[in-house]
Design a protein around this ligand. Structure first.
Ligand code: GLY
Ligand code: MN
Ligand code: MN
Length: 513
């Protein structure tokens, strides 16, 4: 299937319309008249408010509270070209998904705008009125209907109407063609300031920049301004509401099923020359069947590959005797994702040295869980895990001569990090590395509060050519990653249903055989 571009003169072609060279689209009036006629009236979709809608009201109000008097522009983003006239599947920017509640496949090119109004005179007593600018479904007498491979109903299915979008989100919906004027209104000296979420939609960013230049803003002011909005939308997600926590539970449950499917597929994986692909496709297939997709590229790393932290090529064998590191997350239709890792003995039982490494990592994870409570700092979680990792490495004699675990834990030491160069935790939610634009004081130096969701994922990775460790340790990588919810009095391991203790992992694998 390729785009039916219009015909053009061969001698006037530039690269952009060379696609016309392979167009078969008929141009006759007879065709146009016929293709646009004799369609039954569109059925009413009868959409109801999404389950997220009541929660998004509060999220927008919180953003409004933080940035009164400014016009806030939050694009969904546009379709991304894979090559020529072929696009990637669409996924909206997470700030847009969070503030509208729109999930799977919604809504390319849409822009959420929070228009400033008098204090308290906005939606639900906030300081802003929200409007969603969208490209609605074209009528059947519009060429887009059959001729537009990117947006046309014949090509990508019917888009929602403005009424559908309003019903679904509870937000006023307007045609995207009104966006330019709406953004420009009252912008200028002493007037409204525009803030846009950057890196979401280049065209919208360019439009905002043009309006600012017309209004005489300097480049420094622009950059500063946008950072404030990007930070605000990221920090708004640090604490998950009740709806989000339920979605996280759902994402974790689907992910655990995916791990079970992989264990069942291990015999097939062992037989295939690219056994890691059997693991990957089993997990990813489950994600597509039961959710929207994977939340990030699945890491299916067997044996030595497990020592490559982001091994996503997944083209290796799964050999008897290996530990298979599977790091996968199902993103559900609301776009929340889990992020879970288990390091599984391919034959169902860990060898002594594998178990030793595994237990050290598990002890580090447990130590991190023990401190992950309201009032602790985010960085304390990592520190607790590192104490255990350093202690084990000292015990095993892996630290350089004369270096104790305490020396290593000192900022000027850190030798233990040779075997775990990554961090222990990151926030999790709509993005696998959620809230990534939050300020340091709210992230690394932030204090844990109920409703936060993050990973605990210590690991130890011994490369096959690592001369600093005994041979029997080489070629083994272990990570254990769980998804944690901070509660009023401690935490809940959301992924606790997936066995973690080595004996439980073995029993669970045996039960799936
Ligand atoms: N799956 C990537 C990570 O654990 O952060
Ligand atoms: Mn992670
Ligand atoms: Mn992970």
């Amino acid at each position: 299937m390729s785009e039916p571009t219009t015909t053009s003169q061969p001698d006037e072609q530039d690269t952009a319309d060379r696609g016309a060279n392979r167009s078969h689209r008929p141009a006759s009036t007879a065709f146009k008249t016929f293709v646009m006629s004799q369609w039954a009236p569109r059925a009413e979709l009868g959409l109801k408010a999404s389950a997220a809608a009541p929660f998004t009201v509060a999220r927008r109000a919180a953003l409004s509270e933080r940035l009164p008097g400014m016009r806030l522009v939050i694009p969904a983003g546009s379709l991304k070209t894979r090559s020529n006239d072929t696009d990637y599947r669409f996924r909206p920017h997470s700030a847009f998904a969070h503030l509208t509640g729109l999930g799977t496949d919604h809504e390319p090119d849409a822009v959420l705008v929070l228009h400033p109004v008098a204090d308290g005179a906005g939606d639900h007593g906030s300081n802003h009125h929200a409007v969603l600018y969208v490209r609605p479904l074209a009528p059947r007498d519009n060429e887009e209907f059959y001729a537009d491979a990117r947006y046309g109903e014949f090509w990508v299915g019917a888009r929602p109407s403005l009424a559908d979008i309003e019903a679904l989100t509870g937000i006023e919906a307007r045609h995207i063609d009104e966006l330019g004027d709406a953004l420009a209104k009252d912008v200028g000296e002493g007037g409204v300031r525009l803030l846009v979420v950057t890196d979401a939609d280049e065209a919208i960013e360019a439009l905002v920049e043009e309006l600012r230049q017309e209004a005489g803003e300097t480049e420094d002011e622009e950059i500063l301004t946008d950072e404030i909005l990007v930070e605000a939308t990221s920090e708004l997600r640090l604490i998950k509401d009740e709806y989000e926590i339920e979605r996280m539970r759902e994402a974790v449950a689907r992910t655990i099923e995916g791990f079970e499917a992989v264990v069942r597929a291990l015999p097939a994986a062992k037989k295939h020359r690219r056994g890691e692909r059997v693991v990957e496709t089993t997990f990813d297939g489950h994600a597509r069947l039961e959710g929207n997709a994977v939340g990030y590229e699945t890491i299916a790393a067997s044996g030595e590959h497990a020592t490559t932290l982001h091994w996503i090529r997944n083209d290796g064998e799964v050999r008897s005797g290996d530990v298979l590191l599977l790091d996968g997350g199902v993103e559900v239709d609301s776009l929340y994702t889990a992020d879970i890792t288990r390091s599984l003995p391919v034959d169902g039982e860990y060898s002594d040295v594998q178990r030793k490494i595994y237990q050290a990592v598990l002890d580090a994870a447990d130590a991190a869980f023990a401190v992950a409570k309201p009032g602790a700092k985010f960085r304390d979680v990592h520190a607790a895990a590192m104490e255990v990792i350093a202690a084990r490495l000292e015990e095993w004699g892996f630290l350089p001569d004369g270096v104790t675990a305490a020396d290593a834990l000192d900022e000027d030491g850190q030798q233990h990090r040779r075997w775990m160069v990554h961090g222990t935790s990151h926030h999790l939610g709509l993005d696998v590395h959620d809230c990534a634009q939050a300020r340091r004081e709210l992230y690394l130096d932030g204090v844990l509060e109920p409703g936060m969701v993050f990973t605990i994922e210590p690991g130890l990775y011994f490369k096959s050519d690592d001369l600093a460790v005994p041979e029997e340790f080489r070629g083994i990588g272990v990570r254990i990653e769980d998804d944690v919810l901070v509660t009023e009095d401690g935490n809940e391991n959301l992924s606790a249903a997936l066995p973690r203790r080595p004996e439980d992992v073995e029993a669970w694998m045996a039960s799936l055989r």
